[in-house]
Design a protein around this ligand. Structure first.
Ligand code: SF4
Length: 381
């Protein structure tokens, strides 16, 4: 049971669990972070470079488009070399879906209602079953079926959920349950309401996204509001932040959303003040330098960088490592919430990086030791 106070607790919606390759999605698994490449998929080198960068930033799953045969032909090598499971994004063409499953895609993003004849649907589902490939039904407000638009008058939440239901029915009628669903819209109100309705209507895992959210700043704000609202209410099993920005930026934003809600922890979480005339050092420059220097660290560590004693000691009490600006270029370092020693403006960045790296190494060593102890049979056995 979580020891967090009630106001910090998020009760997650109960969903079934599926797997995207080795990554569990739903059923209480950690919320995974996804992104999508924007290279030409047949450019294997370029695509793999983006996948690696995304994986380094923390992506659990990466999606690649498969619009043509050259893409699915390239997929085999991409899957083989990728450190994370690959989702093949297919629109309409059933043959690309079968080729992608054969090439080792861990998941197909395809809407069964768009595949065509029942036989084609059966062929795709057979390939998915044969190659242990899950699927994602991806409903998008911008491409709803014409008859649904006529029936509902506009792309509203009910129309989106009805579209999802149709695709769900096709898969279920073919004894296929290994799928997750998204109901994305670029309008935050519409997307949130559609996900809320869908969350009530089924127990399949949900892939969250605010589609075409915009550029790095605007899209981050929009996604944070939409995804934040849903995640906070316990809805969502995997997320993708859609930005007109490099894929690794989407991953970083996705993780920051999850970190803000205490849903996942990865890397250094920085608490810092906006700075003002009271600052004892240049807070903004220092935070930028530190974020850059500790970007490689994956161990969850909290760091507070506060310009003066107004808020410094209080924030430091809640973080693993803290720095509070003082007078005459001398600043206080806190370890585990307690005042520990002083450092100077000139040395503080190098010094903090060193402390963070040491702390990360100690945490990892303790984790490895605990894992070894858990593996060892006790004396009584
Ligand atoms: S903590 Fe100090 S330096 Fe930072 S904004 Fe507040 S008063 Fe200004």
């Amino acid at each position: 049971m979580s020891s967090a106070p009630e106001y910090r607790q998020i009760l997650r919606r109960k969903s079934r669990q599926i797997f995207v390759g080795s990554v569990p999605v739903g059923g209480g698994a950690p919320i995974s972070v996804q992104t999508m490449t924007n290279t030409l998929t047949h450019d294997v080198k370029g695509t793999l470079a983006q996948i690696l960068k995304s994986a380094e930033a923390g992506a659990d799953i990466v999606r690649v488009s498969c619009p043509d045969e050259a893409s699915t032909a390239a997929l085999k090598e991409i899957v083989r070399e990728s450190p994370v499971p690959i989702v093949a994004d297919i629109h309409f063409h059933y043959k690309r879906a079968i080729e992608a499953a054969e090439a080792g895609a861990a998941c197909l993003r395809i809407n069964p209602g768009n595949i065509g004849s029942e036989q084609r649907v059966r062929d795709v589902i057979k390939a998915a079953k044969d190659y242990n490939c899950s699927m994602r039904i991806g409903v998008n407000a911008g491409s709803l079926e014409r008859d649904l638009l006529e029936q509902f008058g506009e792309p509203n939440p009910a129309a989106m959920v009805e579209s999802a239901r149709r695709h769900i029915r096709i898969l279920e009628d073919n004894d296929f349950f290994n799928f997750k669903i998204s109901v994305k819209a670029s309008d935050v109100f519409l997307a949130v309401a559609a996900y809320q309705e869908l969350a009530e209507a089924c127990d399949y895992p949900l892939h969250l996204g605010i589609t075409e959210a915009g550029g790095l700043r605007g899209g981050t704000v929009k996604s944070s509001i939409g995804l934040g609202m849903l995640l906070w209410s316990g809805i969502g099993d995997t997320i993708r932040v859609s930005l007109s920005a490099p894929p690794e930026e989407e991953v970083k934003v996705g993780f920051d959303i999850l970190k803000s809600l205490d849903l996942r922890h990865r890397g250094v979480r920085v608490v810092s003040c906006p700075s003002c005339a009271r600052q004892g050092f240049d807070v903004i420059k220092t935070v930028a330098m530190l974020e850059d220097r500790v970007a490689h660290i994956q161990t969850p560590i909290t760091l507070s960088i506060i310009g003066c004693i107004v808020n410094g000691p209080g924030e430091a009490r809640e973080t693993d490592i803290g720095l509070t600006g003082g007078g005459n270029g001398t600043h206080m370092v806190y370890l585990a919430g307690r005042q520990d020693h002083q450092t100077s403006t000139e040395q503080m960045v190098d010094h903090l990086v060193e402390l963070i790296e040491k702390k990360a190494a100690a945490v990892e060593a303790a984790k490895a030791e605990a894992a070894m102890a858990a593996d060892k049979p006790s004396a009584a056995e």
